[in-house]
Design a protein around this ligand. Structure first.
Ligand code: G6P
Ligand code: MN
Length: 448
């Protein structure tokens, strides 16, 4: 097996140490020659990198080199695989994305509704720049992008890089949900084979099989409605916010029992309830800053102080393992099946060809080969079409510098609906994002 040179863009992320642990756990499936971290924030990256270096020294002695840098050319040259996890504006801007819509009793969420639009309009420019840089330094590298909001980023990259066949957008949420299905069934997550359709953070499992072809869908539905549903992946299992989110799946399956929903549908199906559950002073960003980020930083500091991992507990999570299995299937043409984002082109018959959809695909060294979904019924088609139009309008707003398109996008979104509310939220978001967003042409700010 050829050993790979891996670059992690966003080395300072709170997910990186988990990724390192996953790379160690998966080294048979995805053997590495080198790991390079790249980040624009030197201090944030250094702490994570120094700890990673110690972990790798202990647990991955075969690795030939580990380095970290803020120099683009140095980082991005000679890559075989690039994992991209950037967050333009950091968690500080995530907090604003979540707080501002709540002021107007609309859902305040990282990737859904107005927060998703705000984050999207920040991410697109940086992602385009990064892909351009990557292509100049490593034209043949596989890019696995899980930068959020993935749906909007994927649509923007599709438009900007229509011929780039080695750029794949993925999200770990379906896999994280499948970890809990696996728990219900007493199986290993990678032994389950899903059937699924939708958009990123907006889809449904229609079937869950095992590799022998046994159908476990009804068992899972019954277990969820009778015994409840809990997060089981190590990263989220003990987190009260994720516990609440998984609990809401029980509700969704009871109300709409046909398919098994992605957790993110809670924001679109129960927006008012989601608003009442939120505390603007302690939105998810604040919880992540005080929770996961603090925990990861403490962990890194302890490893660095001890120059050893002897006194810490390190865990492997599905986020890292999922990305790595997808990468391995590309590198070695395994033909494994994973849920990824692809350009529709007939995969879901009822949707436009140029929609970026999230579906299972066979992952090969020629890219993802999606399985046909066929026609979807009215409820799902209606929901998806509205959401897809919102996503496309956000990307239009970016490329056309259009206030009107942004206003249309928010008005269409199920988490907003009222045009005057959409306008108020948009105006607040423009103010909060003035250092990041394109200058939206702002013709008629005032309501008559
Ligand atoms: C899942 C989603 C990601 C999202 C993350 C947020 O992993 O797939 O797209 O960023 O959850 O989790 P957090 O714990 O930061 O709220
Ligand atoms: Mn995601």
């Amino acid at each position: 097996m050829k050993k790979q040179n891996l670059v992690v863009v966003g080395g300072g992320s709170t997910y990186t140490i988990g990724m390192i642990m996953s790379l160690i756990a998966e080294k048979e499936q995805f053997p590495l020659k080198s790991i390079t971290f790249y980040d624009t924030d030197a201090a944030r990256q250094e702490r994570i990198a120094k700890a990673s270096e110690i972990i790798l020294r202990e647990k991955y002695p075969e690795l030939e080199s580990f380095s970290y840098t803020t120099d683009k050319a140095e980082a991005l040259t000679n890559a075989d695989f690039v994992f991209v996890q950037i967050r333009t504006g950091g968690l500080a801007m995530r907090e604003k994305d979540e707080q501002i819509p709540l002021k107007y009793d609309s859902v305040g969420q990282e990737t859904c509704g107005p927060g998703g639009m705000a984050y999207g309009l920040r991410s697109i420019g940086d992602m385009i720049e990064l892909v351009n840089d990557l292509r100049s330094f490593s034209p043949e590298a596989w890019i696995l992008n899980y930068t959020n909001p993935a749906a909007i980023v994927a649509e923007a990259l599709r438009r900007e890089f229509p011929d780039d066949k080695k750029l794949l957008n993925i999200c770990d949420m379906p896999a994280a949900i499948m970890v809990s299905y696996a728990g219900i069934l007493g199986k290993e997550v990678f032994d389950l084979v899903p059937e699924y359709f939708g958009l990123n953070h907006f889809g449904w499992f229609t079937k869950i099989y095992d590799k022998e072809g046994n159908d476990h869908t009804d068992t899972i539905k019954r277990a969820i409605t009778e015994d409840g549903f809990i997060p089981e992946d190590a990263e989220i299992a003990n987190d009260p916010s994720w516990i609440k989110t998984f609990k809401q799946v029980e509700r969704m399956v009871t109300d709409f029992p046909e398919y098994l929903p992605n957790t993110y549908l809670q924001y679109y199906l129960y927006p008012s309830e989601m608003v009442t559950k939120e505390d603007p002073e302690n939105t998810r960003a604040r919880q992540v800053i005080n929770g996961r980020q603090q925990r990861v930083h403490d962990l890194a500091d302890q490893i660095i102080a001890d120059d050893s991992t002897a006194n810490v507990e390190l865990e492997v999570d599905i986020h890292g393992r999922y990305m790595i299995r997808v990468a391995a299937s590309m590198a070695y043409n395994n033909g494994d099946i994973f849920i990824v984002m692809v350009e529709n082109n007939g995969t879901i018959a009822s949707l436009p060809d140029d929609a970026m959809v999230e579906v299972p695909a066979m992952i090969t060294n020629r890219g993802p080969k999606p399985f046909t979904v066929g026609h979807i019924s009215t409820f799902y088609k209606g929901l998806i079409e509205g959401q897809l139009a919102y996503e496309k309008l956000v990307v239009d707003a970016y490329f056309e510098n259009s206030y009107e398109k942004a206003l249309q996008a928010l008005t269409l979104n199920r988490t907003v609906v009222d045009a005057p509310v959409a306008r108020q939220i948009l105006d607040d978001l423009i103010e909060a994002n003035k250092d990041y967003w394109p200058d939206l042409y702002h013709q008629s700010k005032k309501l008559v």
